[in-house]
Design a protein around this ligand. Structure first.
Ligand code: GCU
Length: 420
């Protein structure tokens, strides 16, 4: 991506500050992910669980994402819609739609969950992901409920004045290969992130944070959770409901996310160890990519354009990333010993593909404590050549996107690491 066409600039020119030159990457030293509160590195899995992981998790809460939000009881509102459907390529599936109420406070919000399940091979492993524009945009099925939530719009998409239209049905479907994944035996589940936090700087007062009793206006505490933490909480609440379905294998729910929702998937997997596997696609800065590596998007750039995503403390590390007590390899290490897959795209330089890979390398010691091989290489792989063991990684051709190629690798990895 050329510096002059960095997307979503919101009128701010960052081109001059963006480094895309490997030779200009400063030297950096990463914090030790195995360190406990007194700085001593743990040497075994038990001490990781008891001492280092809680400490490292706390650093991520305090300096990047904000405090983990509490669980609340979930309940189904209205009836669960179930329908048999014939998908393209004669793939048979069952479609389930349910509205889930998140908590029992009078102002608790709801989220619409959409599932496609294979007709056989149940209980099925699940790929759960949040989407950017409403469930109806994810797949061209006229039976999918049209979102009534606020949705982002721009000249290129068919939403009008932030309201979803019939014309937006299926417009994001390139990023969700339902037929091929269902025919491989996976259940697919999705929900719209805007159901719990509209993705805009002033989204907080209309977010689920209100019903959780958090401050939504004025000066916020430095570790107050933002959009990413709220979306991660939404994923956990959806999981609470998913595992009540007899068709779903509760031990094989995989959380997946692309871009800002890839950052979210990683944080959801860190907060909730019931997710059996975590997948980050092109998550970049504040996701899989190392903040200390000055390449592509920076802490200053992301927190000035998206101040609502992180906790307020994160923005104070703009231009002083080396002082952050944690880095993004800390986030990746939170998945250990569960399988983790990180995907990059070669032209997505804004997300720093090499910084995502190096973050996997630096997270590997957490898997080693469990006797697992982690990534198993320090050599940046060739394009379209997945590598790894308990940590999988690929860099594919093309730009910032979630494509069938990416899903195919996630499914192959899940088959390899989560098969029964
Ligand atoms: C912007 C942002 C990225 C983010 C991406 C997305 O490009 O700078 O950090 O990942 O949007 O979510 O699409």
């Amino acid at each position: 991506m050329a510096a002059s066409i960095v997307p979503f600039l919101g009128g701010v020119s960052l081109a001059a500050e963006t480094n895309y030159d490997e030779a200009a990457v400063r030297q950096y030293t990463l914090p030790d992910i195995l360190a406990g509160p007194d700085g001593t590195a743990v040497t075994n899995a038990e001490a990781w669980r008891e001492i280092a992981r809680p400490h490292q998790f706390k650093l991520l809460e305090t300096f990047v994402y904000g405090r983990r939000l509490p669980a609340v009881p979930v309940s189904v509102t209205g009836k669960v819609d179930r329908a048999d459907c014939m998908l393209a390529g004669n793939v048979t599936a069952e479609r389930i739609q349910a509205t889930i109420k998140l908590g029992d406070a009078p102002d608790a919000l709801t989220t619409d969950v959409l599932l496609y399940l294979p007709k056989s091979a149940r209980p099925a492993p699940v790929f759960l992901h949040l989407n950017f524009r409403g469930n109806h945009a994810e797949y061209p099925d006229p039976g999918i409920r049209l979102s009534t939530a606020w949705v982002p719009d721009n000249k290129a998409t068919p939403e009008v004045e932030h309201v979803a239209t019939e014309a937006s049905r299926g417009t994001s479907s390139r990023g969700w290969p339902v037929e091929s994944l269902v025919s491989r035996g996976f259940c697919l589940a999705t929900a719209y992130c805007g159901d719990v936090f509209p993705d805009r700087a002033d989204g907080r007062p209309s977010s689920a944070l209100k019903s959780l009793g958090r401050p939504v206006e004025g000066t916020l505490p430095p570790d107050e959770p933002g959009g990413i933490a709220t979306w991660a909480w939404q994923l956990s609440r959806i999981l609470d409901w998913l595992i009540t379905l007899p068709e779903v294998d509760p031990t094989r729910v995989i959380v997946v996310g692309h871009s800002r929702l890839g950052k979210t998937a990683l944080w959801a997997g860190a907060c909730d160890e019931r997710f059996a596997m975590v997948v980050s696609n092109d998550s970049g800065c504040g996701g899989a990519a190392l903040s200390r590596r000055n390449f592509g998007e920076t802490v200053g750039a992301i927190t000035s354009r998206f101040p609502h995503w992180f906790c307020p403390a994160f923005a104070t590390y703009a231009d002083r990333e080396t002082e952050l007590p944690c880095d993004q390899h800390t986030l990746l290490a939170m998945t250990a010993p569960r399988p983790l897959y990180v995907a990059s795209a070669v032209d997505d330089r804004w997300a720093d593909p090499r910084g995502e890979f190096l973050s996997c390398v630096a997270a590997e010691p957490a898997w080693k404590l469990f006797g697992l091989d982690g990534l198993g290489t320090r050599e940046y792989p060739a394009i379209n050549t997945p590598v790894g063991h308990s940590i999988g990684y690929h860099v594919r051709t093309g730009r910032h996107d979630l494509l069938p190629y990416d899903w195919q690798q996630f499914a192959d990895f899940a088959d390899r690491l989560l098969s029964k």
